[in-house]
Design a protein around this ligand. Structure first.
Ligand SMILES: Cc1cc2nc3c(=O)[nH]c(=O)nc-3n(C[C@H](O)[C@H](O)[C@H](O)COP(=O)(O)O)c2cc1C
Length: 194
């Protein structure tokens, strides 16, 4: 039980607030593997996201070394096609240095409202996952670069693009450093009504 203090001042609230506030996006990771069990635990927690109609629309693809290597090659190819070989090589090198790769997809739905709600749930699930990893000292980057929409990526993973779309590629690992971030003042984003 938390000690009885005013709202926002209990020890548990301070801990969760600090976790939410201090989670940061990075793609500068140490060359150190993250335990697969930790990520599976994070996925177990992710699925407790709010989810209208309990559709459980998410799927998680936890990459092994072969899939990671194939994805790095595909990033090189895609960026070379879109930009040039130098930038392609650079992006491939950055990607190859990322220790952990987890793809999150959402079930496709023909019903517009259901699709929006399912995507919202998937985003909540990703945040659950990122916060859990962050608490374990593991940083991440939620990425939606061109590879996440490329048919060749779906083929690699055996994903039917008629049935699923990518919510995010989650790169994760122990951070070399974490950037700082800011947000607008709360007063700018809140309207209080009578
Ligand atoms: C849906 C979504 C897609 C994102 N895609 C990218 C991306 O493709 N590349 C990237 O560098 N960051 C991406 N990000 C991370 C944001 O850039 C990052 O959250 C933002 O800079 C705020 O930083 P913070 O996460 O440390 O608070 C994405 C975040 C979300 C929620």
């Amino acid at each position: 039980m938390s000690e009885q203090l005013p709202d926002g001042e209990t020890r548990n609230l301070r801990i969760i607030a600090e976790r939410i506030r201090s989670r940061r996006t990075t793609n500068l990771f140490k060359n150190q593997a993250v335990s697969r069990q930790l990520v599976l635990d994070a996925i177990e927690l992710a699925r407790w996201a709010p989810n209208h109609h309990l559709t459980e629309p998410w799927h998680f693809y936890l990459f092994g070394d072969e899939m990671k290597a194939a994805s790095v090659d595909l990033i090189r190819t895609i960026v070379t096609e879109r930009k040039n070989a130098d930038i392609g090589e650079h992006k491939a090198r950055v990607a190859a240095a990322v220790p952990g790769w987890l793809l999150v997809t959402c079930k496709k739905s023909a019903a517009e409202l259901l699709q929006r709600e399912d995507y919202a749930s998937c985003c909540c699930a990703v945040q659950n996952l990122l916060l859990y990893l962050s608490e374990a000292g593991v940083a991440s980057k939620w990425a939606t670069g061109p590879i996440t929409r490329d048919p060749r990526f779906f083929d690699l993973l055996g994903i039917d693009s008629e049935k699923e779309f990518v919510v995010g590629m989650i790169w994760y690992g122990y951070p070399k450093m974490l950037p700082t971030q800011t947000r607008k003042d709360v007063g700018e984003i809140v309207t209080e009504t009578d």
